[in-house]
Design a protein around this ligand. Structure first.
Ligand code: XMP
Length: 347
């Protein structure tokens, strides 16, 4: 047994060192990403397959912004197909990119077949602990059925060994990070996980031909730039999009006039009761979040932040950023200095 304890970093622990830049305008920067097997995005942002985030309307908003949405799987195959068709019809002529989540047991193969038949662009094999024999068997089944005709994203994993195994089993891209999401309680319930940025740093050491999706715990465009700089090819977000018009669920209004929507983990009690009528162990929470209007406003702001981040590293492309980025670790006073800190200052 190895009891040496490694020190790991997450997003707030580090900063990127500003570099010389010869980029005169942010429009010169290309933030597109190639995820392999025909999947490329002009904006490297993917929405989480969660029942309070991604159905047809979010997939439309994501694709229209240049990213992609992954329709969640906590529904019947018919409902999921309806959301894929809704997104593909609304965006006719724009070559929309729409993903759909599937599980690793039960009717996942039938579901995958009907999803491919209606033109889904990629499968996202979506389980909490993806470095698992059921994942291996599911990927084998999917590759036997579909060959290389479709991009397979899968996860989640937290280690280099995990991403390498999933790559060897046949996936194209891997969601990396266990328990780091805003609504996750996996680390509290199970004691397992790794800080999110460390996961990306570790997974980016892979020598396999596989792409990295930094998933969960991303709070700002700055975190996105850090994840991409650490080796991610795209980021996946839930909370950054939560509360927008395109999220499933009603807006509710409090007496003081404030407006809210619900955002919840898919392993929360509330989500489990909704999709299977009962809950067992739960590893997520349900929370209300302020209503935030259209997702497009948020996506535009995030895109501007990412472009600006590339510019500070002097990077014109994602591969340029991967090559040029240098991280430093902050002290606690560095962390407080990095956050806005005018409020509360006595003059
Ligand atoms: P953010 O931080 O963007 O995270 O809100 C979204 C990601 O969180 C994961 N997810 C969960 N993880 N319990 C967990 O431990 C849950 O109930 C849960 N639901 C979602 C998922 O990876 C998502 O993309």
């Amino acid at each position: 047994m190895n009891r040496d304890v490694q020190t790991c970093v997450s997003y707030d622990d580090v900063l990127l060192v500003p570099r010389y830049s010869d980029i005169r305008s942010r429009s010169e920067i290309d933030i597109s990403t190639e995820l392999g097997s025909g999947l490329s995005l002009s904006l490297p942002i993917i929405s989480s397959p969660m029942d309070t985030i991604s159905e047809g309307p979010m997939a439309v908003a994501m694709s229209a912004a240049g990213g992609a949405g992954v329709i969640h799987r906590y529904n019947t195959a018919e409902e999921q197909v309806r959301h894929v068709i809704e997104a593909k019809e609304e965006l006719q002529g724009e070559d929309p990119i729409v993903g759909a989540a599937i599980g690793v047991s039960g009717n996942f193969l039938n579901r995958a077949a009907v999803l491919q038949a209606v033109g889904v662009d990629f499968f996202c094999v979506d389980v909490a602990h993806g470095h698992h024999i059921l994942m291996k068997e599911a990927i084998e089944t999917l590759r036997n059925a579909f060959g290389d005709s479709i991009h397979i994203m899968a996860g989640n994993v937290a280690t280099l060994e995990g991403i390498n195994d999933l790559a060897d089993w046949g996936v194209d891209s891997v969601r990396c990070n266990i328990g780091g999401g805003s609504i996750c309680s996996t680390r509290i319930q199970t004691g397992h996980g790794l800080p999110g940025l460390q996961t990306i740093i570790d997974c980016a050491k892979t020598d396999r031909d596989v792409k990295i999706i930094a998933d969960g715990g991303i709070k700002t465009s700055g975190d996105m730039v850090k994840a991409l700089a650490a080796g991610a090819d795209a980021v996946m977000v839930g909370s950054l999009l939560a509360g927008t018009n395109e999220c499933p669920g009603k807006i509710f209004e409090e007496k003081d006039g404030s407006r809210w929507k619900i955002y919840r983990g898919m392993a929360s009690k509330e989500a489990q009761i909704k999709w299977r009528g009962k809950y067992s162990s739960f590893e997520g929470i349900s929370s209300r979040v302020p209503y935030r209007g259209p997702a497009s406003n948020i996506l535009e702001e995030l895109e501007r932040g990412i472009r600006s981040g590339f510019s500070y590293s002097g990077a014109r492309t994602l591969s340029d950023l991967h090559a040029k980025a240098t991280f430093v670790r902050q002290t606690t006073s560095g962390i407080s200095e990095s956050n806005t800190h005018i409020v509360g200052r006595s003059w």
